[in-house]
Structures are given as C-alpha cells and as structure tokens.
Design a protein around this ligand. Sequence first.
Ligand code: HSE
Length: 333
Amino acid sequence: MSNLEVPSLKENIHIDQSKWLKEVRVFAPATVANMICGFDVLGFAVDAPGDEVFMRQVAEKGVRIKSIAGDDGRLPLDPDKNTVSACVKLLLADLGLTDAIGIEIELTKHMPIGSGLGSSSASTVAGLFAINALLGEPLSKDALMPYCVEGERLACGHGHADNVAPALMGGITLIRGYEPLDIIALPVPEDLVAGIVFPQVDVPTRDARQLIKEKVRLKDAVTQWGNIAGLIAGLFRADYELISRSMHDVLIEPTRAILIPEFYEMKRIALESNALSFGISGSGPSVVAICKGKEDAQLAVDRIQAHLAKHGIESFQYVSAVNTQGPKLLNKS
Ligand code: HSE
C-alpha cells in the first residue's frame, strides 16, 4: 500500500452499518481515453466491453481476491498488488473500516489487458463502485474519484484520469486540471458512435507513455489546443463537421503510431468509410473510428478488420454509442 497516495477523505462521511449489503455485482465500462486530440484530458465511456466485479462480505476481516477470470493469469491475486483490492483496502482504511469488515472479490475481465481500452480502469472503477454500494453508498462519485486515479497510478505508474473519469462518471469527460483534480462532464451528441478495433498486439501503457517526447514545439501545441477547443465547441453545438475537423492529434499519434501495425492504412480506410475521425484509443493498440451513426462505424470496423486479416493480424471489434451511465449495479442482496 505504500505506493498509494490518496489524501484521507476530507468530506464528513456517515457510515450506517444497517445499510450494508451482503453482496453486489457491478459492471464498469471500457473507455476511449484522449479522444484523439486531448491527451490525458479527454475521454469517453462505451457500452461494451467492460469488467465485472462480484463482491461479498465474509466473516474473516480484510480484503481478498478469490478469483480472476479472463486475464490469462496475468493479474496478481495479492490484495496489495491487485489494483482492485488495493484501492478497496485504501478506501476502507480511510473510512476507518479496515478491521470492521471482511471482503471477498471475484473479478471477471471481459476485455484484454494492454488494449488501450482502459482495462485496469474498468476493473478499479467496478471495485470501488462495488465497495461503495456494499457499504450503502456513503461516498459520492466525486469522492470516489481520487481512489480510482490511484488505481491507475498503481496499474501503470502514472495517475492519469482520462480513463477512470469517464468509466466512473459515464459520458464524455474533460480533466480540466489534475492538481486539484477538476473533472467536467461534457455534452454527448446523440449520434456519436465509436467503432473500435483491437488488433491483437500488446502495447503496455507504461511503455507507450515512455515513448512520448517531454517537449513539444509551440506551433504543434497551438494546433493541438485549437483542436481541443474546437472539439469542445463541436460537442456543445452537436456540430459533427466541427467535431470532425477538430479531432486531429499532432503531438502523440505520430510517435505512437509506429507501435500499431497498419495504422495509417487503417486510418485511410476509416476516413474513406465516412468516419468523422480516426486515431489511437488511449495508448493503443486499439484504434477508434469516431462516426456519425452506427452504420458508418460498423462499415469502418468491418473494413479495417478485413484489412488486418489480409495481413494475418487477428482483431476484435466493438461498436458503441457513448455510454452515459458509467458503472452499473447488476444485482445486490
Ligand atoms: N492518456 C493516457 C495515455 C491513456 O494516452 O497514455 C492511457 O490509457
């Protein structure tokens, strides 16, 4: 736990033990971080894929991971190393409940690790949403957020919030600032659809972040912040043409594209299939065609997958509107 750094809860939290539940099952969604041009500051949630956490109270005090499915044995079961349990432990400690409750966690991953779809964020958010539900919801989503960011720091060495914020809040979120964390919900134009393709190559976020140059040229910075501002204006106006011409990344994509096979061909195919924009989802290797309507998104991902197959690259596709709900309580008792 020593590498988790959440300041203790500042709010006055009221714990009412009579509201505690026996068990809960929670789903939390995958996310597309960066939203093409907003590195570390923009992201949105999708309907699928996502991860599930089943959490129940047990007699033995402490937090344990009972099982993890869908990770090919890659995630740690050690409760101090697994981001889900580590964050739950941290929250319980801040609430003064470490010795008051026993928690057992079953994590089911429905998305690949290192895919650029916010895999660790979905698990962390599901875990924190689940413990809050189990305790009768003493915390607001805002109060849960710093714990989610700490989960991200534990998972990849950097506490960016552009996956956890949309995974927890739903919709499209802007991280206006990190110190202090300032998260703004943005409007979601109704017809905005993401066509996602995950080519089966592994790109750990930690590695993809190390590639990025620390310094940028002022000219590129001006282009990028013009695009971010244009995208935000486009979202407020539901102006798809403005959204389309704003979603370009001149800072990060040129460096990271080399990690993704056939990136520029996929981009050409997506844009020829009517996508408003195309780029890397999070740190990749998943790519995303942002489209107006499901038909265009489906066309883009089908064509991209066919192209990858020709090059012997297996891939998965997901087509989803923006998920405005965030985590879902699937059942409780
Ligand atoms: N903004 C982060 C990055 C998201 O691009 O590294 C990682 O999923």
